[in-house]
Design a protein around this ligand. Sequence first.
Ligand code: ADP
Ligand code: MG
Length: 442
Amino acid sequence: MSKDGTNALERFLSDLESLFSVTPQEVREIMFHFHEEMRRGLAGGKSSLKMIPSFVGRPKGTEKGDFLALDLGGTNVRVLAVALDGNGNATLAAVSRFVIPSETIGGAGDKLFDFIVDCIQSFLKEHHAGMPQAYDLAFTFSFPVVQRSVSSGELICWTKGFTASGVEGKDVVALLAEALQRKGMKSIHVAALANDTVGTLVAKSYADPSCDVGVIIGTGTNACYPEKVARISRLPELRASGEMIVNIEWGGFDKLKTNVYDNLLDLSSNNAGRQKLEKMVSGMYLGELARLVIVEMIQKRLLFTEKSLPAFSVAYALTTEHLSMTAHGSDFFDDFGLADVQEADRQTIREICRIVSTRSARIAAAAIAAVVAWMDADLESNHTVAIDGALFEKYPGFQDNMTDMLFGVFGDRAKKIKLELAKDGSGIGAAIIGAVAASARQ
Ligand code: ADP
Ligand code: MG
């Protein structure tokens, strides 16, 4: 490449770095706006943070029994059998994972729930031995829901690319119960509905009382924390003592500086104008952001050759798993039919992936910083943050980037914040919530 070409490439990458930068000072501003939105959301005012009461508090660690949990994430359905020993130990006795076909994500709502019940049936077929005849089932549903009680709630709007018809505005527990009836599975009772963040917080705090934030960084992103009931003024009938976990729905936070790629992605998404933070952070979108950068760089002759353009022309063909491969020192070029990739292009791709994924981790850290500071402005106590989701778990360096930002914002006091993986926490926690709900019925 000519000297000019090199300079143009360096300039482009350095501009890209600025477009995706998030500094500790900017994080402090984000935290300020986050707190304003939290306050408005708790009061039931107009806010990009929905602040949904969950009707659940943190567990005592003494909950006991065997439970089925069903976890509908963004990409997978997981069915889990969980054993609680009443001593803070939750054991995953069995788990099966099913990928949701794209025609089910975008088809009729009834078919989606039939598919979910089919997953439960396959799970029971495979793991039936030693399991009781009748089950209490806890349903982890990772979408924004207005909860009316621990075992009912209406879907506000689909996120993460879901469009299944006839579900928005409906009680998803009733839809699941109807599908169970249709398939003759009358021995299963849906005891609890939980958001995945709430499940994650509950799962970790079953054994660790200093756990007070539950976070998801997977296909989507969101978090919850225990709030003083007296501060949830949107539900005046709840004015009482004690705490209740609040599902923030932080994916909707919209006070962030966006760039040209964020705006392109948003405009061509099926929920334009919504889930702004989620689109900058979560696994569903990072690959697409990188693809938009790659397309522009090919067009500007800064990367590959023009012949490679069609390979990158399909929206969402580049995934977060692909980006993750470059951080492992591997590459995704085979999947795009590219042979003999030059070392310089390889490096450019690695840079793009690094820039996009680092911003994601920094914004996730900013949101966590905001939630922790809301509860404990001077970081006087320890805070375990339970995090579930494959992006956090599997992207090399993601957690370190988050930790670096927490230290950038809080200095040494950031030591009080522990980020911990809560694998399958969303399902295990739902089972604990199910245990509380089932014992309350007796
Ligand atoms: P869900 O969000 O559906 O409950 P997961 O927590 O398993 O499920 O997250 C799946 C998402 O995580 C995928 O959509 C993808 O974006 C991201 N992901 C999966 N594998 C990896 C990986 N190896 N590295 C980084 N991100 C990954
Ligand atoms: Mg999940």
